[in-house]
Design a protein around this ligand. Structure first.
Ligand code: C2E
Ligand code: MG
Ligand code: MG
Ligand code: MG
Length: 288
């Protein structure tokens, strides 16, 4: 940056940076009211069984329809929501909406379609983990909607759980005991000790997109193949399911299937979209 500014480190006339600051400020002031104004919405991205391509469920991904800036992705506002504490009510809202949606899917497909029972994945921010209401809020939402705990999977990033002490793990353990699945999201990007996995109440590993990207070539780099093979073997030996994210090509899907990954998610199957899109995809599966 210093170079592009003509070597003058104090020259700050960078219109892009200015725009970012202004945008950030605008976002910060609009954020607290956005939930009350109903400006958030959720897109759903299907998860498919790698074995037969049937839909197993979906991940809920929140968006903000900002009155001035249009649709904003979570990377633009989740950090602000965490910073301001809005993440707790926002996260609760996402959970409730998503579980309601899962209820509709399950009413529609029941437990015995070719696609199997519809499951819903919801992301949790580390701030929600330390909020004392998490377990009770989740129990209340499941009871209100009549959705079984095993239809719900809560995703927590690996980095949020690195070095987690027992206080942080306690709510996750209670949820896991109730039957809620806990997934370790973006796995492989942190520095967690693999042996540490035994300590965590997780039942799903979501391999980070960087592993999927290394399967772009066919055949992939032999070392990358060995690494993923090793992770999958370890995960399966600990009774964990392996999901891969960011699958964009058939070659990636095929190599990850051969390596033993269980489920997949990515643009190759479907982009995140409105809930009706998932109805269509699942219906195609269910009817062959
Ligand atoms: P994530 O949980 O790892 O979600 C996957 C991200 O990868 C999503 O980005 C999704 O749109 C994107 N993606 C899916 N398939 C592909 C693909 O084939 N190629 C590529 N390049 N990308 C793909 P998105 O929707 O922008 O979400 C970003 C992150 O924001 C999520 O990462 C998650 O950590 C966070 N997030 C989303 N919704 C929520 C929420 O309700 N609460 C919290 N706390 N975090 C959320
Ligand atoms: Mg996720
Ligand atoms: Mg992820
Ligand atoms: Mg990710």
């Amino acid at each position: 940056r210093a170079k592009s500014a003509g070597g003058n480190r104090f020259e700050l006339a960078d219109p892009e940076a200015d725009a970012r600051v202004i945008t950030r400020h605008g976002l910060t002031t609009g954020l607290p009211a956005a939930l009350d104004r109903g400006e958030f919405f959720i897109e759903y991205q299907p998860l498919v069984h790698l074995g037969d391509g049937t839909v197993s469920g979906a991940e809920a991904l929140v968006r903000w329809l900002h009155p001035q800036h249009g649709v904003l992705g979570p990377d633009r506002f989740i950090p602000l929501a965490e910073h301001t504490g809005l993440i707790v009510p926002l996260g609760r809202w996402v959970l409730e909406q998503s579980v309601r949606q899962a209820r509709l899917w399950r009413e529609r497909y029941g437990e015995s379609t070719a696609a199997g029972p519809m499951r819903i994945n919801v992301n949790l921010s580390p701030c929600q983990l330390t909020h004392p209401g998490l377990v009770q809020d989740t129990v209340d939402i499941l009871e209100r909607t009549g959705v079984a705990p095993d239809a719900l999977c809560l995703e927590v990033t690996e980095s949020a759980l690195i070095g987690a002490d027992d206080d942080l793990l306690k709510p996750l353990r209670r949820l896991a005991e109730m039957g809620v699945d806990i997934a370790l999201d973006d796995f492989g990007t942190g520095y967690s000790n693999l042996a540490n996995l035994r300590r965590l109440p997780v039942s799903v590993l979501k391999l980070d997109r960087s592993f999927t990207q290394s399967m772009q070539q066919y055949p992939a780099d032999p070392v990358d193949l060995k690494i993923v093979e090793g992770i999958v073997a370890l995960a399966h030996s600990l009774d964990l399911t392996v999901t891969v994210e960011g699958v964009e090509t058939g070659a990636q899907a095929e190599q990850l299937r051969v390596l033993g990954c269980d489920t997949a998610q990515g643009w190759y199957y479907a982009r995140p979209g409105p809930p009706d899109r998932l109805h269509e995809l699942a219906l195609v599966d269910a009817t062959g």
